[in-house]
Design a protein around this ligand. Sequence first.
Ligand SMILES: Cc1cc2nc3c(=O)[nH]c(=O)nc-3n(C[C@H](O)[C@H](O)[C@H](O)COP(=O)(O)O)c2cc1C
Length: 217
Amino acid sequence: MNILEKLKQRRTHKVIGDLNDAVGASELDCSTIDEMLAACANAPFHYACDRSHKTDMPSVVPWRVYKLKAQDCNKLADFLIEAGDTTKVPNMLTAADYMLQVTWLPDEATIINKAAGKDEEAFKGTIRNMEHIAAASAFIQSLLLAGEEKDLMTYWSSGGALRSDTVFEYLSIPQNQMLLGAVFLFSKQVSHSQIKQGAMRDARGRVEDWSKWCELS
Ligand SMILES: Cc1cc2nc3c(=O)[nH]c(=O)nc-3n(C[C@H](O)[C@H](O)[C@H](O)COP(=O)(O)O)c2cc1C
């Protein structure tokens, strides 16, 4: 299948697992995940990350990835349930083959309040930060397409409780990073009744609803 077909094929699929029926270890090897990540690392990026982020992992890219296998997804689900989480995040962790926490790396001096809620300022909206997020987003979209290529169902989530300082601490993610996406990878061997689609799936409109040619005289 060519890349245009892959782009059209990609869709959000959330698998709402049964908390009492945890999925076992994935049939997909960890090395396949690393092979996917190595390809996705070719996502474009403009600026090197702030020096402060290189103490944990040394790369200049403005994203980091924290990888959880199925058994660790289950442990994280238990951790969230014990902390009182009543959302569907634990259910999805229970169903996931892998979950990848993808963070972006704000310039250190621009962090205002990392724990800010939806409508508060978490970081300064500098152009550099915009481009860090853009690069990390390109990385995540590549990851979703890599998932399609490996015949997985994928879901890019804002994360809910997975954004929290307590989860960052549990997973040893430095607190000066920001979650851009909790990326769930699911096997297709699940019952259809457990699968939910993205809410905005059919809302995009046609190409002419969001693009126009600039024809100059
Ligand atoms: C940055 C970002 C965050 C998202 N967070 C969520 C989320 O928290 N919950 C959710 O249901 N979908 C989330 N989505 C997925 C969208 O719901 C989904 O892409 C949209 O409904 C369109 O569906 P499609 O991907 O199947 O075309 C997110 C997508 C992006 C790009």
